[in-house]
Every structure is written in C-alpha cells, then in structure tokens.
Design a protein around this ligand. Sequence first.
Ligand SMILES: O=C(O)CCC(=O)C(=O)O
Ligand SMILES: [Fe+2]
Length: 366
Amino acid sequence: MASTAPPLRHHSAAAAPPPPTITCVKQLAESANLTSIIPSNYAYFTNSAETKASEPGDSIPIIDLSLLTSDNPDHKSTAIRDLDNACRDWGFFMVVNHGIPEELMSGILEGARDFFDLPEEEKPEFQPKDVLRPIRYGTSFNTEKEKIFCWRDFLKVFVHPDFNCPDKPESLRKLMVEYRERCGDVVTELLKGVSKSLGLDEGEMEAGLGMASTLQIFTANLYPRCPNPDAAVGMPPHSDHGLFTLLIQNGVGGLQIQHNGSWINANALPNSILVNTGDHLEIFSNGKYKSVLHRAVVNDQRTRISVAMANGPSRDTVVCPAPELVRAEGCVPVYVPIKYEDYLLAQQSNQLDGKSILKRVRIDED
Ligand SMILES: O=C(O)CCC(=O)C(=O)O
Ligand SMILES: [Fe+2]
C-alpha cells in the first residue's frame, strides 16, 4: 500500500512549521466536509448542559425612553427609578419607545449581512493583530491569544468621534452615520437618568466622561449555523468595557445574561433594544451598578447576526469612581483611576475572560 504520509523531514533548529491559517468561521460553516464533530479548537463546552439557560418570563426590566424624556415630572421620576433598579439588580434591560426607526434597525442588520456575504477579497484585510484599528474584520475574539475559538466572525468599526466605515457594501455608510447618531441620543438620555439616580446633576456624566467625544464602536457579529451548538460558543462570558452597549439582532436569539448566578435567555421584545451595563459604569458608580456578565450561544437552525454599539467615555478620559458619589455615600473608592483607552487596549488584547480586566483595577476591600 502506498504511503500517503508526508516524507519525514530533518528538523533544523531554524524553521518551526507555520501555524495553520485561520479562516473565518463562515467559510468553515459552509464547507462541505464539516460534520457534527466540529474542529477541536471550537469545542468550548464539554457538557451540553452548560449551554442551557432559563427563560426569564417577563421579568427582564423594560425602560420606556419616552417616559425618561417626558416633561411630566412623575413619569420621569418613575422612569429614573426603573432605570436605577434595572442597573442595580440586572445590569441589563430592554429599551422601548427609543425613537430609532424600525427600518433603520433592519437596514443596519441587512447591511451587516451584506458585508459578511461579500467575497473575501472585497472585505478589509483579515486582521488578528492590531486590536485598536478603526476598521477591523476578524474571527473569534482574539485569535492571537485564544486556544479555543468562538463560532463568530466580526466587523468592528470605530464610528465616533471619528467616523469610519468599510467601503463595501456601499449602502452601509449612510445607515451607519444615522444609526450611530441615534444610538448616541439614546445613550445621552440614559446617562442623564443614571446621573440623577446616582444623586448627581443630570449633566454630570456627560461632562465628566467627555461624552462629546464619546468612543462608539460598532460591532457586527455573525454566528453561522453550527452543527454542534452544544459544544461551540458564540462569545464566552464577558462584560463590555464601556458604559452602555446597545444590541439589536436579526430575530434570532442567542444572548444570555447572568442574573443572580444563573444564565437567562435574553429574549428581546419586538423592536426593542437590548442594553447592558459596562465596566466603566461600574467604575464610575463605584460598584453600585455592576457590569453584567453575558455570552452568546449558537444554534443549528438559523444564522444569527447581532449588532452591538459600544458607548464609552472619550478615549483620553481617566475614569474613577465619581468623587461626589463617594463623598455622599461616605465610602471609599474601590477602583483605581484608569484612562479609558488603556482599559480598552487591555480588554481587546486579551482573550475574553469574564470580568478579569475589571478585577485588575478593583481595590480589594479587606
Ligand atoms: O451577539 C450577542 O448577543 C452578544 C454580543 C456581545 O456581547 C458583544 O459584541 O460584546
Ligand atoms: Fe458583549
């Protein structure tokens, strides 16, 4: 029998074999020879029970933005109280009556799909290394650091204070300009509400965190159908770096949040925006509003697309627990000051690992 094994080579000290080329998971998922035994470097869960989460019933908090912006003081104070509870007890809520047109949200999701459907040569260069590039197309989260990859491709674009956008698909630019602005408006209102609920002046966060130059990062996530969804993960448990992340999806669920130690399916109300609190809200509020741990699971039925708009302070703002808050509550700051850009770099250059980056700036209270 003829041997198909490659000839043995004499190993000199010089050349290690090149690492296997990393392709996007879309190509992997579409390849004809993919079976339900997915490559071992995508096997994240060892037990199918680990992907399970409970249904939340209707208990996920809902914030009605039209009440938060209302001229009626009773409506407004009810909405601020709801926001306070949602940030304190969940770190997660759905926003309704947010004023972002439904066609704009569906246009953005279609634009994201059109981007991923482009031939590879028309997409920006596949980019694992430079994690703060303003336009970055890649797979997993950080393949430079990970042993097990996520079943996810992504397009990450810095859209504010400087607006960037991939050249193709051409329809995306106009949609992204408008969507980033509308998301910014929602975040402005949420920050006013949170400033009040923390006992600060309404404009305190906006001014103190340099929101005129807020860093907004648009991330489109593609989670192709996966033949073994109980083994792969879309995104492992993590918290987001910014203040608030606004998330929309193409009608296919997959986001799970951790609440009181259990995983809960974050089923979205039609036309709502899912919002999670990020690490910089936790730092600024001195731990009163904890960033929420969340993850994305995958399925074998439908491709999922989500678009997450991360909204942070300006890049050069040094964020620390709000001094007035610390003073008013008679407590000590439990996070060291850190420049937002430095935090972002640390988070993006590592693998996603729960709240490990936040732990580095937390001062242990004992
Ligand atoms: O796709 C999702 O549901 C979650 C995405 C996410 O957590 C992120 O982009 O940070
Ligand atoms: Fe996230």
